[in-house]
Write a protein that binds this ligand. Structure first.
Ligand SMILES: Cc1ncc(COP(=O)(O)O)c(C=O)c1O
Length: 376
């Protein structure tokens, strides 16, 4: 009898070992990973990140935020460069979004935050309340007030929700959990302009889309915008729990001494991983290659699945790809697993691919061949 809550639907497989972009189960079977542990191990199980963790563990792995932390300074510097942002480190995506919601309210003195139908921002009360999906909130009683939900890619629907008390608009540039839907460029540009003109803060939830997932360090770079606030987690630590809330310096006074905090947030161990992740991702040519390869994967999938009556669309941005299908998702994921490929789902009808950015062309071709077979 299990002693665990049954809040997850777990497959019987247990992965007990990993090397690069491959996973191994309890029977020694080898799998190609097209999931990155839900967009987390974006560099695969990378030897350089492992070495950084081991080195840090030898020295000191935790110190709270009562003391100077040069690793946090280092990671913030690598994330922000010479841009006028400040960073706060949390432990997860939900917590990064909590920090974003809090700073937006405090900095503006306003309460309303507009998010989008079918968005996903996390499971804590604030981030769940920001989430535009009823099923996520069902049964938990009153949510945090002052969130409203606009229609994705529809600026008029945002404008219709704006009041005197609107602090911010918060969005995923690719809606991940609900089905891998990239935002339209015209919509994002117009939304950013509208926010600038009205003084409403723009928050980009980059928890899933950030850290190279779409072939840029942050997905907002594809859209040529600069949000006032953005959040990161998942790929930031490549598997150790770390999130970040990054906001324009002008909002800094809202997070003054004592206003917000976290015991673990940005501890030495997770920062050592994040620093080494950034060293790899910021190496010349790494992200352009990831973008090329992500585009190649998407193009190869489109070719392989063209004319397949079970597939209604292949879409995405960089290495964040959805295959919309009429087939049963559970069966498809199981079939892919049987053939040695680990994939995810999103929404009710999408196979979601979030592979490591370090896939080789051969590994891409291997994955495409398996998916073609699975969907045949
Ligand atoms: C866009 C987005 N925001 C927030 C979260 C929540 O992150 P976490 O599970 O680390 O709290 C997720 C998780 O899937 C996400 O995709």
């Amino acid at each position: 009898m299990t002693k665990l809550f049954q809040n997850y639907k777990r497959a019987a497989i247990e992965f007990v070992k990993a090397e690069g972009n491959y996973l191994f189960d309890q029977d020694g079977k080898k799998y190609l990973d097209f999931s990155s542990g839900i967009g987390v191990t974006n560099l695969g199980f990378h030897p350089q990140v492992k070495a950084a963790l081991l080195k840090q563990a030898e020295e000191i792995w935790h110190m709270p935020n009562l003391y100077h932390n040069s690793l946090q300074e280092e990671v913030a510097g690598k994330l922000i460069g010479d841009k006028d942002y400040l960073a706060f480190f949390a432990n997860s995506g939900a917590e990064a979004n909590e920090a974003a919601i809090k700073i937006a309210r405090k900095a503006t003195g306003k309460q309303e935050i507009i998010t989008f139908v079918n968005s996903f921002h996390g499971r804590t009360f604030g981030s769940m309340s920001a989430t535009g999906q009823d099923k996520i909130k069902a049964g938990f009683g009153d949510v945090v007030p002052h969130f409203s939900y606009a229609t994705y890619n529809d600026l008029d629907s945002v404008k219709a929700l704006v009041t005197e008390d609107t602090a911010a608009v918060m969005l995923e540039l690719v809606q991940g959990e609900s089905g891998v839907r990239p935002a339209d460029k015209t919509f994002v540009t117009a939304l950013s302009e509208f926010c600038q003109n009205t003084g409403i803060l723009l928050i980009a939830d980059e928890v899933q889309t950030g850290m190279g997932r779409t072939g840029k360090l942050f997905s907002f770079e594809h859209y040529g915008i600069e949000p006032d606030i953005f959040t990161l987690a998942k790929g930031l630590g490549n598997g150790v729990p770390v999130g970040a809330m990054i906001a324009k310096e002008k909002l800094g006074s809202a997070f003054s001494y004592g206003s917000h905090g976290s015991t673990f947030g940005g501890n030495k161990l997770v920062m050592s991983a994040a620093s080494s992740v950034l060293d790899i991702m910021l190496t010349d040519g790494f992200l352009p290659q990831a973008l090329d390869n992500g585009n190649y994967l998407q193009a190869e999938l489109k070719k392989a699945l063209a004319g397949n009556s079970k597939v209604t669309e292949v879409r995405g941005l960089g290495y964040m790809i959805g295959i919309e299908t009429t087939e049963n998702l559970v069966d498809l994921v199981e079939k892919a697993c049987d053939k040695g490929l680990v994939v995810l789902t999103a929404g009710t009808n999408v196979i979601r691919l979030l592979p490591p950015l370090t896939l080789t062309k051969e590994q891409i071709d291997q994955g495409v061949a398996i998916l073609k077979d699975v969907l045949a």
